[in-house]
Ligand binder design. Structure first.
Ligand SMILES: *Cc1c(COP(=O)(O)O)cnc(C)c1O
Length: 376
């Protein structure tokens, strides 16, 4: 089976983890700070705070943004469920916007229509690794006094107007699940230029407890003293995982270059096939991290194409099931039909295999089988 995505682990990664296992620090040690420093540099931000998943990063970012019961968080419906779930964790209501049918990224026009007095944060997702319209969302967020959070789980390594895509929002979140740009096994991070947001994310990832003398509410009672100031979680990233992250980050540029080269190869192998729509190409102002290569087929054929490819050992997948259509969201009162472009995009999408070490032969095999499946 050629998977839709997979990690690249080298001897250097293994050595970095082994060194950490021997170092005496399995968690709360120096490897986490080291990773955070390297990540902030890659993201083009002042601060990076590592946590143990992308989902935890969303939860922490929403907390830092002040999202609470009764608030609304505006996000596209074409995303992984976690973008919405993290709002539910805080008692807030995710409001789902439609997307642009070409890129799969949140529609600025539809997002604007769905802003209310209760909207606290706006959270575009860089679908498939391609940066959303970050400049337009920033303007919209400023105008309506919203916190602008970028769900960049899929786009570490992407650039927008020549800069790292993660440097445009008030906070951006990353995921380090094995299918994403780099991996720590499980892991995530919030990056920001705002010291208060960074402080709140740190507080949240460690139970809401702080020892920081500058921020204590009460007088320090002794060397042991610490305070729980909010209801946080244990969202800490272990040093073992952070060491893997630092080692992986050294190859981030090469991972993205290889993904982009593979995407260009698909562009060539799959051009001019009737009934097949390819993802948009990169432009100088918008360079995708190429997390996915989602092609679009006739909705009536999608199931047959998918089943045929799977039966031929091609590990295709569909990204994403529109969040508002999941049974859990249906029980909360969300309605099918409320984001028609997302639902249409979903009904036609298939992600074909794309990862840094995919070979030309594998891509040729995918192209050959995909052509056959469309002729069925
Ligand atoms: C992967 C992903 C997440 C969740 O990240 P985890 O590390 O799996 O918790 C959130 N949002 C999007 C858009 C993702 O692709």
């Amino acid at each position: 089976m050629i998977p839709y995505s997979t990690q690249d682990i080298r001897e250097a990664d293994i050595q970095a983890v082994v060194t950490t296992l021997r170092s005496g620090w399995l968690t709360q040690g120096p490897a986490v700070e080291q990773f955070e420093k390297a990540l902030a540099k890659a993201a083009g931000t002042k601060y990076a705070v590592a946590v143990n998943s992308g989902t935890a990063a969303l939860h922490a970012a929403y907390f830092a943004a002040g999202v609470k019961k009764g608030d609304e968080v505006l996000a596209p419906a074409l995303t992984f469920a976690a973008t919405g779930n993290a709002a539910l964790y805080l008692g807030a209501k995710p409001v789902f916007a439609d997307v642009d049918s070409t890129t799969g990224n949140m529609s600025v026009a539809d997002a604007r229509k769905k802003i209310t007095k209760k909207t606290r944060a706006i959270v575009p997702v860089d679908y498939a690794g391609r940066p959303a319209g970050l400049a337009a969302f920033k303007t919209l967020a400023r105008k309506h006094k919203l916190v602008f959070i970028s769900d960049a789980a899929q786009s570490l390594g992407a650039t927008y107007r020549g800069k790292p895509a993660g440097s445009f929002a008030d906070m951006s979140i990353y995921s380090f699940h094995p299918v994403k740009s780099i991996t720590t096994g499980e892991g995530g991070a919030v990056v920001t230029d705002n010291p208060e947001y960074a402080r709140l994310v740190k507080l949240f990832r460690s139970h809401g407890i702080t020892k920081d003398a500058a921020h204590l509410k009460n007088k320090k009672e002794g060397g042991w003293y610490m305070e729980q100031q909010a209801l946080g979680y244990n969202y800490r990233m272990p040093d073992i995982n952070a060491a893997l992250g630092t080692s992986q980050l050294r190859r981030l540029k090469s991972f993205i270059a290889k993904r982009a080269a593979a995407a260009r190869r698909y562009d060539r192998l799959l051009k001019n096939i009737p009934g097949l729509i390819l993802p948009p190409q990169d432009s100088a102002a918008n360079r995708s991290a190429w997390h996915l290569y989602p092609v679009r087929v006739d909705a009536a054929k999608r199931r047959a194409v998918f089943d045929y490819l799977r039966s031929r050992g091609i590990g295709v997948q569909v990204h994403h099931i529109p969040v508002h259509t999941h049974p859990h969201y249906q029980t909360l009162g969300y309605k099918k039909g409320s984001c028609p472009k997302v639902e249409r995009f979903y009904s036609t999408a298939i992600s074909i295999p794309l990862f840094p070490n995919i070979t030309l032969r594998q891509q040729q095999q995918v192209a050959r089988e995909l052509k056959k499946s469309l002729a069925l």
